[in-house]
Design a protein around this ligand. Sequence first.
Ligand code: E4P
Length: 221
Amino acid sequence: MQFFLDSADIQQIAELTAIGLVDGITTNPTILAKANRPYLQIVKEICAIVSGPVSVEVIATDHPTMLKEALIIAELADNVVVKLPLTPPGLQTCKELSQRQIQTNVTLCFSASQAILAAKAGATYVSPFVGRLDDVGQDGLVLIGEIRAIYDQYPDFNTNILAASIRHPIHVVESAKMGADVATMPPSVLQQMFKHPLTDRGLEQFSADWAKTGQTILAAA
Ligand code: E4P
């Protein structure tokens, strides 16, 4: 399973990427707006840190403008993925980009029928929004399982399931169980995934016991 960070925070991206567990980045217009800097500069900085896929979303809602924006975005860096909304113009653009071998991420997916359309349009990734479905009283994780079951029946569907709108580590674990290819999460969720009180307590105990010996591993080398 791949892990993407859903963020445009350069410092957090750099820190977490250095650990070696971040495979890519997703952004959206809200995330980039919060950064409050020219988007081009942010995207170039992210792409310099992360060699994996970096999703950048179009803003237009009509097909001709969307295609123009998509082609500009695709030129920003070799690892940029064009993010498109799950609408008829979005999927029309997706189909054209996939024919040109440009990577795409179809976003705002809330149903299995939408996910089928994204796969038929040749999307590289489809992003079902787990947390936002939970917010309206629908189990978002069930959707991940449904999409997995459908895609697995059709070998010509090459779309990766990117579990998005992840709010906590349980979403990541359950998405993994459901067979999501990727989970994109805020930096805070990846940080939470490391944490367990027994890990902290065990480490404290090991350090205290070792200190009593007066030895150091480095000095003995
Ligand atoms: C994914 O690509 C989206 O940017 C993101 O996961 C949305 O998450 P949110 O519902 O927490 O805003």
